[in-house]
Every structure is written in C-alpha cells, then in structure tokens.
Design a protein around this ligand. Structure first.
Ligand code: PEP
Ligand code: MN
Length: 345
C-alpha cells in the first residue's frame, strides 16, 4: 500500500507511521516527490493497521493493485530519471548505449569507443563476462576485460555498461561499471538480483527470453525491494515461433512497460533481430513506441567479431543510424543526451 503524507507532516509524524507499518510486517520505502512524501509499504504484512489513516500527517492510504509495487506507476507517477556519468535516461532524456557484444582486445574496444562516441553515444557497452549458450564459445576476458573498459572510459569519457553473470563477481564488476547489466538469461536469477539490489549503481535489467511483462517487472521489484531504485528496463526481444529472426522485438512491451512503471525503458534491436540489417527499423520503431534509449551492438569489423558479429553494425552504419535516431527523438519530444545537450547553432 501507499501512505501519502500530508504536506505539513513532520519528521516525527513520518517516524511514527513507519513504526506502525514495521510492527505490521511491512518494510518502508520513502519516495520524495516534488510535492509530497509517499511511503511505500511492501512486504508480507497483512491489511491496513487500524487507525493508520487517523494518524498525524497521514493524508490518505491507497492500495496498490499490481503485484509489482515499488516499480509501479501507482507508487510513483513521475518518470524516474537515471544518470550515470554521461548517460541520462527517462523523463524526456534519451541516450544511446553502443559497443561490441564482447570485449575482445584493447584495440577493438578502444576503436569501438571512439567511433560510438563520435557518433553521439553516451555509453560504451561490452561484455567482460559473457553468458554463452555453448560452453565452448568465447566466455569473455573477465578481469582483463574490465580493465580495458576502465581504460576506454578514461580515453573517451563514455559511461561503461557491462554485464555480471555470477553473484560472486558483482563486487569486482561494480568497481568498474557505471551501469551493471543483468542479461536475459539471468532475469530470474534471484540471488543475483538481490545482490545488485544492495548496490546503489544503476542496473540495466534485460527482459528474459520467455518472460511475460509481469515477470520482468517482478524481477525489477527484487532490485528495488533491496533499496536500489536505479533500474533501467531493457526489451531485447522474446522467443516466438519465428525463425528468420533471432528473437521477436515486442514493441508493445515498450509502450506497456512505460505505462505500468515509472522506470526508464530502453530497447535492444540487436539481440531482438540477430541481423544488422534489421537493427535500423527496429531501433526507430522503438523510439516511436516510447523508448527512453537504445542498446546497440557496434563492432569495428563485424566479420571478425568473436560474438554476435551478424547483428553488429559497422561504424559507418551506426553513424547513419544515429543521425536518424536524432530526428526521431526530436519528433517524439525528447532530448538526445550524449553527456550534454548538442548545440545546434
Ligand atoms: C548482450 O547484451 O550481449 C547479451 C548477452 O544480451 P542478452 O542477455 O539480451 O542475450
Ligand atoms: Mn551480444
């Protein structure tokens, strides 16, 4: 439930309400809007404590109908804006995260970083730990890959988005990353969700291959419930009966997640399609559906990529696409953010 506090509520009023809620088995999350303080009471508590509505400072009590609570628009009506270094997403800001699927070498990463930066990306993506379907496929450079990512940030200023696969690696990945990615295959890895929930670093949560929108938002709830409210939702395509594409981009999920949640929603047209030729139309469709950003795989030479080459854009195609994204973002009344607003004059 949500306890909306009165404009004149004192700190003592808030503390007394918190005490009562805790006694009833709820944990309290404080959401400070522009106007007033809202207390989100979540957990296994049952019912509304008697007399709560009568307590000093309480304006009203509103039940939350959705199974996801802290993630829902019912809890917080304004968009959450997430900032991490150069990246800014949500509340009218739009950023592009781009780079190779995997960190392969310092040269490959450094070239990728400078080309995506030059075309207007705000963040560099690249996996140092890769969740691969085959145990014989390239698994990533791990610690060395993280060091290369940190060096690429030093060179370009780009924010770093990189994936964590194992709860025991969260600490070392968090030391380098500006945004920590939870991949589609780990969307319901609950110990991992709880672990990144204990951080205060933004988390990019990909939708699972076979997850419903509700399951995806419930996975985000795990992270918020631990106190980390900085979650970016990423629609990356789901498995359908289609075989020409790697996955099927669920455009409706972008619009729906924006309605159901205050969290920023981005799209990944690369994993959704599996084909670089489809990345452009899916990227533009995602902007039209209301996405707050895009995650795009770009490789200096896709033909030699150790991972996901067929879906990676080359630098030239990425540059062309960024020019179109810029136009689309403007049409939909958002600001393309690349560390600062571009001055058109
Ligand atoms: C990736 O971003 O490279 C990746 C592995 O994505 P997903 O988890 O969506 O398959
Ligand atoms: Mn990939």
């Amino acid at each position: 439930m949500i306890v909306v506090m009165d404009l004149r509520a004192t700190e003592q009023d808030v503390a007394s309400v918190e005490e009562v809620l805790k006694k009833f088995g709820y944990s309290c999350h404080f959401i400070r809007g522009v106007e007033r303080l809202v207390i989100g009471a979540v957990g296994s508590g049952h019912g509304v404590p008697e007399g709560l509505e009568m307590m000093a400072g309480v304006e009203k009590i509103v039940p939350i109908m959705q199974p996801f609570k802290l993630v829902s628009r019912e809890m917080k009506s304004e968009d959450t804006v997430i900032e991490a270094g150069m990246l800014r997403l949500g509340g009218g800001y739009f950023s592009v995260i781009a780079g190779p699927c995997a960190v392969e070498s310092f040269t490959q990463l450094s070239v990728s970083a400078s080309v995506v930066r030059a075309s207007g990306a705000a963040a560099l993506r690249g996996g140092a730990f890769k969740p691969r379907t085959s145990p014989y496929a390239f698994q990533g450079l791990e610690k060395q890959g993280l060091e290369y990512l940190a060096k690429a940030r030093e060179e370009t200023g780009l924010s770093i988005v990189t994936e964590v696969v194992n709860p025991s690696d969260v600490e070392q990945v968090a030391r380098i990353a500006d945004v920590i990615q939870i991949g589609a295959r780990n969307m319901q890895n609950f110990p991992l969700l709880r672990e990144v929930g204990r951080l205060r670093l933004p988390v990019l949560l990909k939708r699972g291959l076979c997850a419903t929108v509700e399951e995806w938002l419930m996975a985000a709830e795990y992270i918020l419930a631990e106190g980390n409210y900085n979650v970016i939702l990423c629609e990356r395509g789901i498995r359908t009966f289609e075989t020409y594409t790697r996955n099927t981009l669920d455009v409706s999920a972008i619009a729906l997640a924006k309605r159901l949640s205050h969290l920023p929603v981005i799209a990944d047209p690369s994993h959704a399609s599996g084909s670089w030729r489809l990345v452009r139309p899916l990227a533009l469709a995602s902007v039209a559906a209301g996405a707050d950003g895009l995650l795009i795989e770009v490789h200096p030479n896709p033909a030699t990529a150790l991972c996901d080459g067929p879906q990676s854009l080359n630098p030239g195609h990425f540059q062309e696409l960024m020019a179109e994204i810029e136009i689309m973002v403007k049409i939909f009344n958002k600001t393309l953010w690349r560390g600062e607003e571009k001055n058109d004059c």
